[in-house]
Design a protein around this ligand. Structure first.
Ligand SMILES: [Zn+2]
Length: 416
């Protein structure tokens, strides 16, 4: 089959544009003069708007299975009574179908790539490959109360297995947090990351007690503690960063690490503060946006969380200029954090893109990016293409009903 050619699309500025995918899944040609030759697989965009896809910088994809379960409980009873006992019974098929459900939702909101941390990561990788998305996947590492040597061996085995997947799946390391992983194991992960050039995903500075405990135990704030262990590098993705102070933001910027803000999950879990984007921007920190898992959000619609992120920034700063529309959109598409793996719309980059319905009422009038940030929801997303493969067209996802039925079955099996 020939590679896909898109004709009759428009740029956000209104110019006509076409795009030819190369057989290797990259963009072979892009511009006003691209046209389809007879026999080529052609997608007539009919005036739809071509934009880059979103990058979800922090997820626990298979937690879709836990959606709507115990969400009104306080954090610890929720984890101890509802989440952890069920997670202990999860198998590969549960994680596979939970992740497939997550991929359906993410594709529907224009997301091409996500960063995931969850149990049975090889099953996550299989689901991502079958769904046609991209992901950086890490096995969660907790060693508090566990056999440390066995956890470290497993971490290397998971990294090897995830490295072998190839295609659109990238391996990562995923120490859960500074409070669930010992100092020795955090150093071990730092060395493994340097040796294998593997990125590291870690929750950091999500709650105030985490900061207070870190100062109490180590005499350092969380970012300084990570830095001392060699774990604050340009390969590090810090999820949350809600309670970081200015000195920590300067350190994170100097080390070129990335912070992924998860405003919906932070509000739902009532962490008491908003990630300080204006200070992070002033410090020069690389910033991305994430949904976190469906257990604590509960949606994986990053377009919805983009609005929440921008509103929360303006509200918390008492300043309507706290974040511009251009900055907000760049953050959601991963353009403000090179590690997150955004794919720009340019020749030679991966053929990942979204076509928006220009007649969606929310996009019909005014500046397109402003409409996308503050007015649109996922129903404006018509088509999603990743690596030259059409994952959704006209809002249709051919495997939707099967995936929903299978995921429902797995949740029922788990008593959720
Ligand atoms: Zn998380």
């Amino acid at each position: 089959m020939s590679a896909l050619v898109v004709i009759g699309a428009r740029t956000p500025d209104g110019a006509t544009v076409g795009l030819r995918c190369a057989p290797d899944g990259t963009i072979g040609d892009l511009g006003p003069d691209v046209s389809a030759a007879p026999g080529e697989e052609t997608l007539d965009a009919g005036g739809q708007v071509l934009v880059p896809p979103l990058v979800n910088g922090h997820t626990h994809a298979a937690m879709t299975l836990f959606r709507g379960s115990g969400g009104d409980l306080p954090l610890m009873p929720w984890l101890e009574d509802r989440i952890w006992p069920v997670e202990a019974r999860l198998d590969d098929e549960d994680v596979y179908w939970g992740t497939r459900l997550a991929c359906l939702e993410m594709i529907r909101s224009g997301t091409a790539r996500f960063w995931d941390m969850y149990w049975h990561p090889e099953a996550t990788a299989r689901a991502v490959a079958d769904a046609g998305m991209r992901a950086s996947i890490g096995a969660p590492f907790f060693d508090k109360g566990r056999d440390v040597a066995a956890m470290r061996t497993e971490a290397v085995e998971h990294l090897d297995a995830l490295s072998a997947v190839g295609g659109l799946v990238d391996p990562a390391l995923a120490p859960h947090s500074i409070y669930m992983v010992s100092e020795g194991s955090l150093r071990f992960i730092a060395e493994l990351s340097a040796e294998r050039e593997a990125p590291v995903q870690i929750h950091l500075s999500e709650t105030k007690p985490e900061v207070d405990d870190c100062i109490g135990e180590h005499g350092l704030r969380p970012a300084a503690y990570l830095d001392e262990l060699g774990l604050l590098t340009e390969r590090t993705v810090l999820a949350h960063g809600v309670w970081l102070d200015d000195e920590e933001l300067d350190l994170i910027a100097a080390r070129r690490a990335t912070i992924v803000s998860n405003p919906a999950a932070n509000m739902k879990l009532a962490v008491g503060k908003i990630f300080d984007y204006p200070s992070a921007r002033a410090a020069g920190v690389r910033v991305g946006l994430g949904t976190d898992g469906a257990g604590s959000n509960d949606s994986l619609d990053l377009l919805a969380d983009l609005k929440l992120f921008a509103l929360a920034q303006r509200h918390a700063a008492s300043d309507a200029t706290a974040i511009s529309v251009d900055d907000a959109w760049a953050i959601a598409t991963g353009a403000k954090a090179p590690l997150l793996g955004a794919t720009p719309l340019e020749v030679g980059a991966s053929a990942d893109f979204v076509l928006l319905d220009p007649n969606a009422p929310e996009l019909a009038i005014g500046d397109l990016l402003a409409d996308l940030v503050y007015a649109a929801d996922r129903t404006a997303v018509d088509t999603v293409v990743v690596a030259g493969r059409v994952l959704m067209r006209g809002g249709e996802q051919p495997e939707r009903d099967e995936v929903v039925a299978k995921a429902r079955e797995r949740a029922k099996r788990l008593g959720l």
